[in-house]
Design a protein around this ligand. Structure first.
Ligand code: URA
Ligand code: SF4
Length: 188
């Protein structure tokens, strides 16, 4: 039995060919941040910059996410950030069901290693994959769900905020709610 640790995960991901997305990738993008964080953010999949550099959320959406985190006093020291799929879908299309299915074992493995208290779904793809297949982001974002001892919440994907300024205010409210829940969990 291979020991469960971050190196084992990285080794498996770097050589993974479990779905077609391996064919066009430059880099597998696993995650970044504190591997002991209480809060895990889950996006959709790497974009162009992420694929080229091997790190999640470093392009324009990532820069906005950094700002949103900083606005509530959070940073990569308190959070861990990853994606539903670890290789870039061509042209940033949504990942297909079989690709998500193939890649989800790595997310499950990350969950076991990290044991976060809070899981934040960034956007529809993460929310429909993790919380509920019928999740409606506009209607259900900012609402807490609990399952298997985790606290789940979804908010807009930072790319959506770049396209629509009006979403920034509710997304910031969600960030404040996440910060508040984190503080409460650390008090109890
Ligand atoms: N969008 C995502 O969903 N994930 C990234 O890592 C970058 C952009
Ligand atoms: Fe493997 Fe996930 Fe990349 Fe598909 S997206 S090849 S399952 S690491």
């Amino acid at each position: 039995m291979v020991q469960k640790n971050w190196e084992t995960l990285e080794g498996a991901c770097y050589s993974c060919k479990k779905c077609r997305l391996w064919e066009l990738r430059n880099n597998v993008v696993i995650g970044k941040g504190n591997p002991k964080a209480d809060i895990m953010f889950v996006g959709e999949g790497p974009g162009q910059q992420e694929d080229l550099q091997g790190e999640p959320f470093i392009g324009p959406a990532g820069q906005l996410l950094d700002k949103m985190l900083a606005s509530v006093g959070l940073s990569l020291e308190n959070v861990y950030i990853t994606n539903i799929v670890k290789c870039r879908p061509p042209g940033n299309r949504d990942p297909y069901d079989d690709e998500k299915e193939a890649c989800l074992n790595y997310l499950r493995y990350q969950l076991k290693l990290l044991e976060p208290k809070i899981i934040v779904c960034l956007g529809r793809v993460a929310a429909t994959t993790i919380i509920d297949p019928n999740f409606r982001i506009t209607r259900q974002r900012g609402t807490w769900y609990s399952k298997k001892g985790y606290h789940f919440i979804a908010t807009y994907h930072p790319s959506a905020l770049l396209r629509d300024e009006d979403k920034k205010r509710p997304a910031w409210e969600d960030m404040k709610a996440i910060r508040k829940r984190w503080d409460e969990l650390n008090e109890s």
